[in-house]
Design a protein around this ligand. Structure first.
Ligand code: MLT
Length: 235
């Protein structure tokens, strides 16, 4: 049986073998939820940038640039980081260059995995199906907040680990912890994260509806993955 592990913060990535693994990046509030929503609404490709200035300087005609820092859209960027922005019809068929506080950093730090998938509650079951078909060991990388562990990404890791538990052995304790937290919270995920640090941070910015949306499982059957520096839908 293949193995599954959870890295609760990118700061712990050096402890995990990543080569030959299917890596899942989770930044539930809100980077990977935005990416999944974007592809579900016809966006063609997303190029992730860890560097804010690198992303800003990549602007060119026909390319949208998306920038978020500390929950806010960065001045001078076309898009911020609410999933509702990525439902816009005018984004269909376009390429977006994106940088966020944690999500795109986690993607950059996870380079080296055989396949890097974008995970969220929104595409939870579709992602689980793809991972089973890929039949590689799995590492779920939680983006966290500036190196710290956060609740929403851990809940997602637990939900995915639980879905995969009959197909994978849990390698260490983080999958057990994440699954236990998820099973306690699964009947009302929005309530479960109501006191989470990033929920409170977003609420202070008058951002409310993003949270319940990003915590709603199986809204979109798309599984974006990173290939040659661009996140796209396979095929
Ligand atoms: C992140 O990168 O941590 C998130 O995207 C932040 C946010 O969108 O609020």
């Amino acid at each position: 049986m293949k193995s599954l592990d959870v890295c609760l913060s990118p700061e712990l990535l050096h402890l995990f073998p990543i080569k030959d693994r299917s890596v899942v990046i989770a930044d539930i509030l809100r980077a990977t939820s935005c990416m999944v929503t974007a592809f579900a609404h016809g966006v063609k490709a997303i190029k992730p940038y860890a560097s804010l200035e690198g992303c800003r300087n990549s602007k060119q005609p026909g390319i949208f640039i998306a920038g978020e820092r500390n929950g806010l859209k960065v001045e001078g960027f076309d898009l911020g980081n609410s999933p509702f922005e990525y439902m816009a019809p005018e984004l269909k068929g376009t390429v977006i260059h994106m940088t966020t506080t944690n999500g795109t950093q986690a993607i950059e730090k996870s380079a080296g995995g055989s396949a890097i998938f974008i995970g969220s509650f929104l595409n939870l079951s579709a992602l689980a199906d793809v991972l089973i078909k890929e039949n590689r060991d799995v590492l779920i990388v939680c983006a966290g907040w500036k190196g710290k562990v956060n609740l929403e990404d851990t809940l997602f890791a637990g939900a995915l680990a639980h879905l995969l538990s009959s197909h994978y052995n849990f390698e260490c304790d983080a999958p057990l912890i994440a699954e236990a937290v998820y099973l306690q919270a699964k009947n009302d995920l929005t309530e479960a994260v109501s006191q989470a640090s990033h929920t409170r941070r977003l609420n202070r910015l008058n951002i409310f509806k993003d949270i319940s949306f990003c915590l709603t499982p199986d809204q979109y059957p798309v599984v974006p993955c990173l290939q040659n520096g661009y996140i796209t839908l396979p095929g």
